[in-house]
Design a protein around this ligand. Structure first.
Ligand code: GDP
Length: 227
């Protein structure tokens, strides 16, 4: 009978599919915005930066990994979208939201400024431990993504490719894209990793946190990150 439902069964299933998350990321608070590296907070401790083409799902990914919906709103505040936004996790660790790119219609001067600011940040920031490159699973490895990958490879900076909006495609094509992207970047060796993610379904959050934990050298007990 279609109407017969066991409320306890649903609860158990939901709980079983929820990853055990690292509370460190919930502590994220907005610190400051910078147009240039010169305006960034002191270059101490560790940073992991999120990059991605506009609309790829970067803000949603940051919200999901921290569990704080209002965080990425900070970066979307008019006037801050083209800035580098810093969030502290603790006294030594920061998440960084890099300005979105890929505005096809953006004036040349704006694009030039963006490139300069990114190159400067990626090459000059000592505390930068890695990049999370957010890509829509339906449009992976755009020219911009490849450019970021090349800059990072040049700096020997680890990059984690986040194939987000995975809920928008069926499991088979999502997995095919994952393997295809892995093949395309395998020449970069251990510096590049790839995963599927969905901010909508909250899938892959634990996996992403595990990558951040490694970059930040955070010790977690082995039973964490179960998704
Ligand atoms: P940003 O410009 O890269 O920061 O992108 P946003 O995080 O603002 O996301 C752009 C659009 O994609 C918004 O309408 C989001 O609601 C949507 N979006 C982001 N992540 C997901 C996801 O995992 N699944 C689905 N279905 N939509 C998403």
């Amino acid at each position: 009978m279609g109407g017969l439902k066991n409320p306890y069964l649903k609860k158990v299933v939901v709980m079983a599919s929820e990853p055990r998350l690292n509370p460190l990321y919930r502590k994220a608070v907005f610190l400051s915005s910078a147009e240039r590296l010169a305006h960034a907070p002191p270059d101490e401790g560790w940073e992991v930066a999120f990059a991605g083409r506009s609309n790829a799902g970067k803000s949603s990914a940051i919200n999901s990994v921290t569990g704080i919906g209002s965080l990425a709103r900070t970066s979307k505040t008019p006037g801050r979208t083209q800035l580098i936004n810093f969030f502290t996790l603790d006294e030594a660790r920061r998440l960084v939201d890099l300005p979105g790119y890929g505005y096809a219609k953006a004036p040349e001067a704006v694009k030039r400024r963006w490139r300069k600011s990114m190159e400067e940040y990626l090459a000059g920031r000592q505390s930068l431990r890695g990049l999370v490159q957010v890509m829509d699973v339906r449009h992976p490895l755009t020219d911009f993504d490849v450019m970021m990958l090349e800059w990072c490879a040049h700096e020997r900076l680890p990059v984690h490719l986040l194939l987000t909006k995975a809920d928008k495609v069926k499991r088979g094509p999502a997995s095919a894209t994952l393997h295809q992207v892995r093949r395309e970047v395998e020449g970069l060796g251990d510096l590049v990793s790839v995963q599927l993610f969905s901010a909508l379904k909250k899938s892959g959050v634990g996996k992403l946190q595990a990558v951040l934990d490694r970059r930040f050298e955070v010790e977690v007990d082995a039973s964490s990150h179960t998704d």
